[in-house]
Write a protein that binds this ligand. Structure first.
Ligand code: ADP
Ligand code: MG
Length: 806
């Protein structure tokens, strides 16, 4: 957290920036008449000239005023919209890599397009990330005529596209796409076998629209590529057999209903696993190399001790089906993750279901940190200022609205949920009498169904639903469509006279609610304005104040009239889960509503607590993820250098020599008697060589050195012979592919082990500040092992490559 003083300095800094941007914006606007005189060819020529200058090395900041002035003119010609001063200011802030807070309906799409056009002049590609496919396609299509006038190409990435179309879209000057697809393309590119197969061409500049959705709400949900994993059913059954026979003294259950092994339990299971050769003799489950084994043992223990048949799951037709805790209904098709479901199947003697393995994964946090320049925009950012700065290095700049905002915002805290509902009903009746459109915000789809049922019980009729109250003229629609495009359509009509729409705060985001309806005539619009504009009713506070703002922000766009009121109650889950208790005097009072001053205090305290919780959780995850990212970078870099590299022979040689060193260090240390038999066996199995090893003399260190040279020389001769017989090109080609495949395999295993480590590290009861340090240490140890495995496997393969079937 930043101290108050620093915070004030910061807001001073952003104020000063805003003033600078205003001055610059004035200069840009002053070029309007100049630009208007240009022919369309003239406009293109001027842009082409700017592009040449930037690509010849001119600073982009030196040309930005001219570029924005030309872009403004292009916007006017292509879209009949002249970017207003606040849009230019927003564009300048975005160009400087800030997070621009611009209210809903202020025209962020066009603002972003100005910045994209400017940055596209570098020729290095601009990525615009949106929260869904629908918005990516809409915005690209909407802005394309504008980019066309400037001679810039526009591409879109959507989920169903094949690699060729993706590559083409990435080759465009500006590429729109859903944020997750950008991340997935990055992961997939890192599994390709040649540079020509990759689709992305770098990470120069990303602009994230609706940044709070992508950079905050979904930030810690990893994007994961899955691939099928071989049949491991034997493994699950073997573990199950051992865990099944543990006694109650071997484990304990703590107050958080988590099961753990006792000391006796550890010794017992280790012994059994060693007997089954699942665990090497002389190693324990606490060894870093056993992290995945330990994970599966713990999952099996959970399956046996914590999950009960016919309570948590049922067994039908030889398969395990999870039972919903709340409703008691079986949920076919759902599976526990992380190997727990397989552990249950083993426990119940069912066939082990197909398994997939994470091939590679990344979070939005780490993906977007890859870009040389990042900026974002959203209607609501203020509450997340610290998170944007701490995690993404983005400063939040609040851009003033074009027209003054005249929306009225209220909050009413009721004592009971019933009182709250009555108040909402009254609001609806009032609005209906005036013909005022209403948008009702609910926290989840389930809650929208509950509210719909209550409205129906009070004489309202749901549109497009089995008729309840068929005669009623008071109708409402519920927005729970699964398709973004359909969602957008319903939201767009939420401003029609007398419309009542129930939706979640996030539904249809990015879609503007116009008073009167999407294509309303002036008369309809005037009617709605006379009725007070859009009325937004919140039915509870959200855990995060930003969501409340997002919902309220649906009304009062671009200076429209409007009102928002959140009806909350002391019985709301939001207050209960924050563990904020209303003072008992409040509850004994018979008042139907709580005094506004007390209500504000309660709600702010609860929101603060919810926000801190989720911020801490994300920060914790980010710390793990930063450590993982360093490994991922290393692995991907190595893979890329192999993919594009010219020094394959050198690399293979280095790996071979290091492998020999590894073997000598392991079996022929100066400090202990040499393990000659072990060394002989290793040389035979890894290097396919038979070397005459003499026992060490009085100087084992010197002897080890001589032995190293002997082995190395023999191995080198063997490889030289191979190269001579199969030809260098073929040898290199085979080894390059082999090394890449090996890296993918090892990294996928490593990712999984890191995941297991992330889960299991919490079980150790470490003080919080030690957890990350411990994770780092163990993650590094795992990484080193992976590297040793890599060079051993490459060496072993290369020594045998001649006998691989072609
Ligand atoms: P936001 O993303 O900020 O919520 P949008 O980009 O969806 O807003 O734009 C909202 C509406 O404002 C759109 O209908 C757009 O055409 C309109 N608009 C944007 N900029 C201008 C402008 N400079 N002049 C006139 N209309 C504009
Ligand atoms: Mg938008």
């Amino acid at each position: 957290m930043i101290p108050r003083l620093a915070r004030r300095a910061l807001s001073f800094g952003t104020r000063r920036k805003l003033t600078q941007y205003e001055t610059t914006a004035d200069r840009i606007l002053a070029q309007e008449s100049d630009c208007r005189r240009l022919s369309s060819g003239g406009l293109l020529d001027r842009v082409a000239e700017l592009r040449r200058r930037v690509q010849a090395g001119s600073a982009i900041d030196g040309i930005k005023q001219e570029a924005f002035a030309l872009a403004r003119e292009a916007a006017w010609r292509a879209l009949s919209e002249h970017p207003v001063p606040v849009q230019i200011i927003g564009a300048l802030a975005l160009h400087d890599g800030h997070l621009a807070e611009m209210k809903t309906g202020e025209g962020k799409t066009l603002t972003a397009a100005l910045v994209c056009a400017l940055n596209a002049l570098t020729g290095r590609g601009v990525h615009v990330a949106t929260p869904n496919d629908y918005l990516a396609e809409r915005d690209a299509a909407w802005m394309r005529p504008f980019y066309d006038l400037l001679g810039l190409s526009t591409g879109v990435i959507t989920q169903e596209m094949d690699d060729d179309s993706r590559r083409e879209a990435y080759r465009c000057d500006i590429t729109y796409g859903i944020a997750s697809e950008f991340g997935f393309d990055y992961l997939r590119d890192n599994l390709k076998f040649s540079a020509a197969e990759t689709v992305q061409r770098g990470h120069a500049f990303a602009l994230v629209d609706e940044a709070d959705a992508t950079l905050i709400d979904e930030a810690s949900m990893p994007l994961a590529l899955f691939g099928p994993l071989g049949d491991h059913s034997g493994f699950y059954h073997a573990i199950d057999a051992e865990v099944a026979s543990l006694q109650p003294s071997h484990y304990e259950i703590d107050h958080r209903r988590r099961v753990a092994l006792t000391e006796a339990g550890y010794s017992e299971i280790e012994l059994r696993l060693q007997q089954q050769r699942l665990l090497k003799a002389s190693t324990t489950l606490h060894d870093i190399a056993s992290i995945s084994l330990l994970h599966h043992v713990m999952q099996s223990l959970r399956a046996h001790v914590m999950l009960a048949r016919d309570r948590d799951y049922v067994v039908e037709n030889g398969s395990v089906t999870i039972v919903d805790r709340l409703t008691g209904r079986p949920m076919p098709g759902r599976r526990y993750d992380e190997g727990l479901h397989q552990a249950l199947e083993a426990k119940e003697g069912c066939a082990i279901g197909e398994e997939t393995r994470t091939l590679a994964s990344i979070t939005f946090q780490t993906y977007f940190q890859r870009y040389a320049k990042l900026s974002g925009m959203t209607g609501t950012a203020k509450a997340d200022t610290e998170e944007y700065r701490d995690i993404y290095g983005l400063d939040v700049i609040s851009i003033p609205t074009h027209r003054p905002m005249i929306r009225v915002d209220e909050t009413v805290l009721h004592s009971t949920a019933a009182g709250k509902f009555q108040a909402i009903l009254r609001e609806l009746e009032d609005a209906a009498a005036r013909g005022q459109p209403v948008l009702i915000g609910v926290p989840s789809i389930e809650r929208s169904e509950a509210l719909a049922a209550m409205l129906e019980a009070n004489g309202w009729r749901q549109q497009n639903a089995p008729a309840q109250n068929p005669g009623s003229s008071r109708t409402f629609s519920v927005l729970n469509a699964k398709h973004h495009a359909r969602e957008a359509q319903i939201i767009a009509e939420a401003g029609a006279p007398g419309a009542v729409t129930i939706a979640t705060a996030m539904a249809g985001r990015g879609t503007d609610i116009r008073l009167g309806g999407e294509h309303a005539d002036a008369l309809t619009r005037a009617r709605v304005i006379a009725a007070g504009g859009l009325l937004v009713i919140g039915t509870t506070h959200h855990d995060h104040g930003r969501m409340d703002e997002q919902l309220r922000g649906r009304a009062g766009r671009q200076g429209d009239p409007g009102r928002s009121v959140i009806h909350a109650s002391l019985q709301d889950e939001f207050l209960r889960t924050a563990a904020i208790n209303a003072p008992p005097t409040l509850l004994t009072e018979q008042a139907a509503t709580i005094a506004p001053s007390v209500a504000t205090l309660l709600i702010e305290a609860a929101q603060k607590r919810h926000e801190m919780r989720s911020f801490d959780r994300r920060l914790g995850l980010l710390r793990f993820d930063t450590i993982i990212q360093r490994q991922r970078d290393n692995v991907f870099d190595l893979r890329q250098s192999i993919r594009d590299g010219s020094d394959t022979l050198m690399l293979v040689k280095r790996l071979r020599h290091e492998t020999v060193d590894d073997l000598i260090n392991r079996f022929a240390t100066p400090t202990a008697p040499w393990d000659i038999a072990g060394l002989d066996h290793a040389i035979r199995s890894v290097l396919t060589l038979a070397i005459d090893i003499r026992p060490p003399s009085s100087d084992p260190k010197a002897d080890a050195k001589v032995l190293t040279q002997l082995i190395t020389a023999a191995a080198d001769r063997w490889i030289d012979g191979k190269i001579a017989s199969m030809g260098e090109t073929m040898f290199i080609d085979i080894l390059r592919r082999l090394m890449m495949a090996l890296i993918d395999h090892l990294w996928s295993e490593q990712s999984e082990r890191l995941d297991h480590l992330k889960r299991r590290i919490g079980d150790r009861g470490l003080p919080p500040h030690k957890v990350v340090a411990e994770f780092q240490l163990e993650a590094f140890a795992l990484f080193e092992r992976m590297i040793v495995d890599f060079r051993r496997d490459v060496t072993a393969y290369s020594m045998r490559v001649g006998i691989l079937p072609s």
